[in-house]
Design a protein around this ligand. Structure first.
Ligand code: GAL
Ligand code: CA
Length: 338
């Protein structure tokens, strides 16, 4: 009997919490660093779907990769009377003035995907960050290469016991670019391989830039020397694959194949895994990042405590919501196709 009462109390508590954000009239203003970004488009869409469920109003604007534009957009949201802000900063090192704008109005501010420095995060009590631990994705993408080399001894084409690789990095200074690069290299070393970096450059998360950079590497070192390509995201991995395809690689001929890995698990990357041109990726969970950001904003806008019970996601140090990555392999990629 007692147990039943306890369960009932628990159910009512959860129900109450769900109701706290299930019927909101909050107006939330969101800025996305640029709309022309595959992964952030996924986050943006998930935000819209979640707000439609919660009943509040969500406005989303394109900061067009310009920090001054984004600062003005935040001012506009504040003067319109928004109840909370969601910001995907253009420059994560420039998050402080945005935090201060929110603080001056006592408005909740939720940063997503580009993590402000800790001193900014600690300077205000109505600030949150929703993102993913870039280290995890770096480790998992490095492991994909290790697993491939262990299964396919012929992958060491020059039989020197080392992996000759190319690294295509995201935007300079972005935590995901720095940590994915470092941790993917660490994972290959931890996997027991010696490494030789044949080339490493930034392509700003962009497919076309990655194709250009990869073409440059191919002509500089010779395609037959390259044994693996690691890209900090899927768009760049797909860009690199374009350059390989132009040389007749990764189009089905097993003797002309270079394993390529990315991060995000975008729809085109999963298609490339299906057709065999891409080895693997790591799910960067756009849906859960978008949902979590909107829930935090709405709960805080409604002046409810932001807790695991009210938002449905674990919170670290009172302000960080970390959404886990998942390794996507040739065995499980179908689970991730929508
Ligand atoms: C990363 C993502 C990239 C790009 C970037 C934008 O997390 O993997 O594809 O969207 O965020 O900040
Ligand atoms: Ca080798």
């Amino acid at each position: 009997m007692k147990k039943h009462v306890l369960i009932l109390v628990a159910v009512l508590a959860v129900f109450g919490a769900v109701c706290a954000w299930a019927a909101t009239d909050a107006l939330v203003g969101a800025c996305i660093y640029k709309f022309d970004d595959t992964f952030m488009t996924g986050v943006r869409n998930a935000m819209r779907v979640e707000m439609a469920k919660l009943g509040g109003e969500l406005e989303v604007v394109d900061s067009q990769n310009k920090q001054p534009t984004q600062n003005d957009q935040v001012d506009t949201y504040i003067s319109k009377g928004s109840n909370a802000l969601i910001v995907n900063p253009v420059d994560r090192t420039a998050a402080e003035p945005l935090m201060k704008k929110a603080q001056a109005e006592n408005l909740p501010i939720v940063f997503v995907n580009r993590e402000p420095y800790a001193d900014v995060m600690n300077a205000y009590d109505k600030i949150w960050y929703v993102g993913a631990k870039a280290e995890e994705s770096g480790t998992q993408s490095g492991e994909l290469i290790v697993e491939y080399f262990k299964k396919n001894p012929g992958a060491d084409k020059n039989k020197d016991g080392k992996i000759q690789y190319i690294m295509i990095r995201g935007e300079q200074g972005h935590q995901d670019a720095v940590l994915r690069t470092d941790y993917s290299i660490k994972a290959m070393k931890d996997g027991g391989f010696e490494l030789e970096e044949l080339g490493s450059d930034t392509a700003n998360w962009d497919k076309v830039q990655a194709t250009d950079k990869m073409k440059g590497f191919i002509s500089a070192v010779g395609i037959e020397k390259i044994e693996a390509v690691l890209a900090n995201n899927d768009d760049m991995a797909l860009g690199a694959i374009e350059a390989l395809k132009a040389e007749g690689y990764n189009t089905g001929d097993k003797s002309k194949y270079i394993p390529v890995v990315g991060v995000d698990a975008t729809a085109p990357a999963l298609e490339a895994m299906k057709d065999g041109s891409m080895l693997g990726t790591v799910l960067n969970d756009a849906d859960n990042q978008g949902i979590a950001a909107v829930r935090v904003a709405v709960v805080a806008a409604d002046e409810q405590p932001v807790t695991e019970e009210t938002i449905g996601y674990k919170i670290t140090d009172g302000k960080y919501i970390w959404i886990p990555y998942r390794k996507v392999t040739t065995e499980n990629y179908k689970e991730f196709m929508k």
